[in-house]
Ligand binder design. Structure first.
Ligand code: KIV
Length: 275
């Protein structure tokens, strides 16, 4: 069954936890979709894990559309959520609606995600008015890394924690149909989850959220540049891949790959005609 904003809201109501993973390409989308992941997030984290940038700031609308369209082609049932990259929505309402529209029209997303609370409510309202579902993102919002002075846990003081709770209520009022909570103390995430009627999806925000999201390279042990505390390796796929690459190298060099099983032949009488 196709996951929609309504089925995701229903999961919150029936306390059936929502699963979200980042996804950036067609074959991975097929695997995650077949495994029953509810939401595939084409995160702007692709700047780091796919393109090798040090943060998400250089990611462009064209990058996001390219990867979103590939994921959308691979997924039948998952909800396709595309990140709005840095400066695609901050400068004006016009930019926000136009760029959200491109992610839906060209990328075939089912909704868009943008970072921020009260400061982006006008954008959220305008995008929702254009019939585009919006997921808000609060806490450690990576596009603000320079303003935060690094990738740091947010909401640890009474003032900043209260601001997160207020922001969650504001984005819900503005029409957001989901809220990602990144790197905030678990009790604050649980309080937000109780205070809003839309699903909250945590990453480094504890078990009290309505769902969880991870970057897939992190959960598969494929990315070692930086491993945050909240990451769990569900499999050491990075090690398995390195072994396979080394085995391939050894077999190619030894001449044991390819064998007859991987080789095309030709009839002897055809071969004889050649000079
Ligand atoms: O870009 C991303 O992958 C994200 C998740 C970490 C939530 O925003």
């Amino acid at each position: 069954m196709k996951n929609t904003v309504l089925t995701l809201r229903g999961q919150k109501e029936s306390q059936d936890k929502i699963t979200m993973l980042t996804c950036y390409d067609y074959s991975m989308a097929k695997l995650m979709d077949e495994a029953g992941i509810n939401v595939l997030l084409i995160g702007d984290s692709l700047g780091q894990v796919m393109l090798g940038y040090e943060d998400t700031l250089s990611v462009t609308m064209d990058d996001m559309i390219h990867h979103t369209a590939a994921v959308a082609r691979g997924a039948k049932n998952a909800f396709i959520l595309a990140d709005m990259p840095f400066m695609s929505y901050q400068a004006s309402i016009y930019d926000a609606v136009t760029n959200a529209g491109r992610l839906m029209k060209e990328g075939r997303a089912n909704g868009v995600k943008l970072e921020g609370g009260a400061t982006v409510c006008e954008q959220i309202r305008a995008i929702v008015d254009a019939s585009i579902p919006v997921c808000a993102h609060l806490g450690l919002t990576p596009q603000s890394v320079n303003a935060f002075g690094g990738f740091k846990v947010q909401g640890k003081t009474a003032k900043t924690a209260q601001k997160l709770i207020d922001d969650a209520k504001r984005v819900e009022e503005a029409g957001a149909s989901m809220i990602v909570l990144e790197c905030i103390p678990a009790p604050i995430a649980a309080k937000i989850t109780e205070s809003v009627s839309v699903p909250t999806i945590g990453i480094g925000a504890g078990v009290g959220c309505d769902g969880q999201v991870l970057v897939y390279q992190d959960m598969l042990g494929m990315f070692s540049d930086y491993v945050p505390k909240f990451v769990k390796h569900f499999a050491e796929v990075g090690d398995i891949m390195k072994c396979a690459f080394a085995d391939y190298t050894a077999e190619v060099k030894a001449g044991t790959f390819p064998t007859a099983a991987q080789t095309y032949g030709i009839a002897d009488d055809v071969l004889e005609k050649l000079y």
